[in-house]
Design a protein around this ligand. Structure first.
Ligand code: MN
Length: 413
């Protein structure tokens, strides 16, 4: 197994097989591109200035930049080759970087760095592609006998969301205010949400797509996807229930979404691809695919109350998707919608078949009817002020794991 000359603790999210990309800063360094290895950050601007990336077409403005969009604008092949080159530089068989005069300056401890949004997110789309989640919601809010709406197994349902309020892990989250109404024939009231929830999701980040009017097939999807982050689609259920008809979520979702700061590349996840579910009824030709596009990524959510221990409230897996990411991208573009560098497309809440694997409090506490007990003795139907919601994700290999870091948000009230 390939090893690095940088120490990587056992069960680290960031072995040499991962090499995820992000944007960091310190008091002495402006925000700039980096990768994670073990407990360290490799500053890509420093190694570029010292000639270690000279074979790549990057300009200074691509790398001395507070987002990855400039580097990513060179496309999939360049970014794949860059990651391979960095793996080679960090390999214990290569001494070029570790013996270079810049080596000490090239690394920063992760604990000494601030992580930022990795990309300027142009457009954000949220899908609704987990069958267990869609069925649970359908049972709770509609007819249990017809939990899935007629279109659900024919297309990956989604909506266009709001990129302006996507924030990186650690950013405080305010409890939103809005209209709620307990029954359709009474007057609505304006108040803070009483039903603040998380949604456990994964999201992919795109490269520049084809020109407007053209579509990306399922077979081409991988060429346009850089990698994945954990995505918490914060939701206000009482606001959502009143506003969502007929056009879908609006203020119940647009107040905040939290992402993990590292983009784990599709290349690093390649070996964790597995077959998806049999799709019955048969899907239309443009949604058919060959090969494996479900990914075995273990997911967990914990809630940590203020000054109290965290309680794990969900353990799910990205493999539970009914519609995979290739189908999502193919559907998104089949009518000619253009995608751009840094667009973000989230999976939809990822629920598994069992209560322990549900991806939202709405389902875990079943609309508030089954509160869950926390380690400190308190109970939760939804998220309270002072709670930190922490999502984790990793793909487990034989000798290492490909991890995503943390996706944390604390409700400040
Ligand atoms: Mn969602």
């Amino acid at each position: 197994m390939k090893k690095s000359w940088i120490t990587v603790p056992e069960n680290s999210d960031f072995p040499i097989q991962n090499i995820p990309f992000g944007i960091f800063s310190t008091p002495n360094r402006t925000a700039r591109p980096c990768i994670a290895i073990g407990e360290q950050i490799l500053d890509l601007l420093v190694i570029w200035e010292n000639g270690f990336l000279s074979q790549f077409p990057f300009q200074k403005r691509d790398i001395d930049n507070c987002v990855l969009n400039g580097m990513m604008s060179h496309g999939k092949q360049v970014m794949s080759d860059l990651r391979k080159h960095i793996i080679d530089l960090l390999s214990d068989e290569n001494t070029a970087l570790c013996q270079h005069a810049c080596c000490q300056d090239a690394f920063v401890k992760q604990e000494d760095a601030n992580m930022h949004l990795p990309v300027h997110i142009g457009d954000y789309t949220d899908f609704y592609s987990s069958e267990d989640h869609a069925r649970n919601v359908g049972i709770m809010f509609r007819d249990p006998a017809k939990a899935l709406l007629p279109n659900w197994k024919h297309l990956p349902v989604g909506y266009h969301g709001r990129s302006s309020t996507i924030v990186p892990s650690g950013h405080p989250i305010h409890r939103p205010k809005g209209q709620t109404n307990t029954s359709d024939d009474s007057m609505p009231i304006f108040q803070e949400t009483q039903q603040l929830d998380f949604e456990l999701e994964m999201a992919f980040v795109t490269f520049q797509g084809k020109p407007m009017g053209q579509s990306i097939s399922t077979a081409e999807a991988k060429d346009y996807i850089f990698g994945f982050v954990i995505f918490n689609d914060w939701s206000a259920r009482d606001i959502q229930r009143w506003e969502y008809v007929p056009l879908g979520p609006f203020l119940a979702k647009n107040f905040a979404s939290t992402i993990s700061p590292w983009i784990v590349t599709l290349d690093a996840l390649e070996e964790f691809h597995i077959p998806g579910p049999i799709q019955d009824p048969e899907v239309l030709p443009y949604l058919k695919y060959e090969g494996n596009y479900n990914v075995d990524i273990q997911l967990s959510v914990s809630i940590e109350p203020e000054n109290a221990p965290a309680t794990i409230v969900s353990e799910s897996n990205y493999k539970y998707m009914y519609w995979n990411y290739a189908q999502q991208l193919a559907h998104h573009t089949v009518g000619g919608c253009a995608i751009r560098v840094g667009d973000m497309m989230a999976s939809g809440t990822i629920s598994g078949p069992n209560k322990g694997s549900f991806g939202s409090m709405l389902e875990i506490a079943w609309k508030g009817t089954q509160p869950i007990e926390m380690k400190d003795g308190s109970t939760r139907k939804f998220i309270l002020n002072g709670d930190t919601v922490r999502m984790r994700a990793f793909a487990q290999g034989k000798d290492y794991r490909i991890g995503f870091g943390s996706c944390d948000g604390k409700i400040t009230g």
